[in-house]
Ligand binder design. Structure first.
Ligand code: ZN
Length: 215
């Protein structure tokens, strides 16, 4: 069992990619370990023993997170199979929590819930900010905590704006707080008049995103 090759084999949601060289193994006994790719997109190093043994490791940890989510989400009729369709559970969770801040999920219709989630999960504007913020986090650049995606009412609630998904958008926390209860038109005018330019504003983030693709 020691010398076997399990490259490409599947263990639950994990697929073994490559054996970790002996000098890079962190366990004191230097036992064999594999770099694995999880269905959720994460890569993790797992001991061979944990993949093949009796108490099998089946995911990077996302299954446990999903179980915890299902136990506490308060969304009726949501199951693992629904969650599995998203290649990025963390991103799903982020959107879920953001919407939960606005809408009470206890009585929400399942189709309505799915519409909210999927509307943002695949949306260019949300993904641009989310990726921007996440990349800064990966660089440990805490200066950019202000770039965290924050849900905004396009027509402010104080001016009759609804919770319909079409009236919701993600901005950075910074931009959302600056916009306050302005309409989009007023906010864009304000930015233009004041020649305000910021890394945190959606137009700059979208521009950066486009440049990344072009390079
Ligand atoms: Zn995973």
């Amino acid at each position: 069992m020691q010398g076997i090759d399990i490259t490409g084999q599947r263990f639950g949601r994990l697929v073994a990619i490559k054996l970790i060289p002996k000098e890079e193994r962190t366990w004191t006994n230097k036992e064999r370990a594999w770099l694995c790719k999880c269905d959720c997109g994460n890569e993790v190093i797992v001991r061979q023993r944990s993949l093949l043994g009796k108490r099998v490791t089946k995911s990077c940890g996302c299954l446990r997170k999903m179980d915890a989510f299902l136990a506490t989400s308060q969304v009726k009729n949501i199951d693992e199979n629904y969650l599995f369709q998203f290649d990025n559970f963390e991103k799903f969770l982020f959107i879920h929590k953001s919407i939960r801040n606005i809408i009470n999920f206890i009585n929400i219709d399942m189709n309505q819930y799915k519409e909210y989630i999927e509307y943002f999960y695949y949306q260019k504007q949300f993904n641009a900010i989310y990726n921007f913020w996440l990349n800064k986090q990966k660089e440990n650049n805490t200066f950019y905590d202000w770039a965290k995606p924050s849900i905004d009412h396009i027509v402010p609630k104080s001016r009759g704006g609804s919770n319909e998904k079409e009236n919701l958008q993600f901005l950075t926390v910074f931009e959302n707080l600056s916009k306050r209860d302005m309409s989009m038109e007023e906010w864009n005018d304000f930015k233009k008049k004041n020649h305000t330019n910021s890394d945190y504003f959606i137009e700059s983030i979208l521009k950066e995103e486009v440049m990344q693709y072009e390079n």
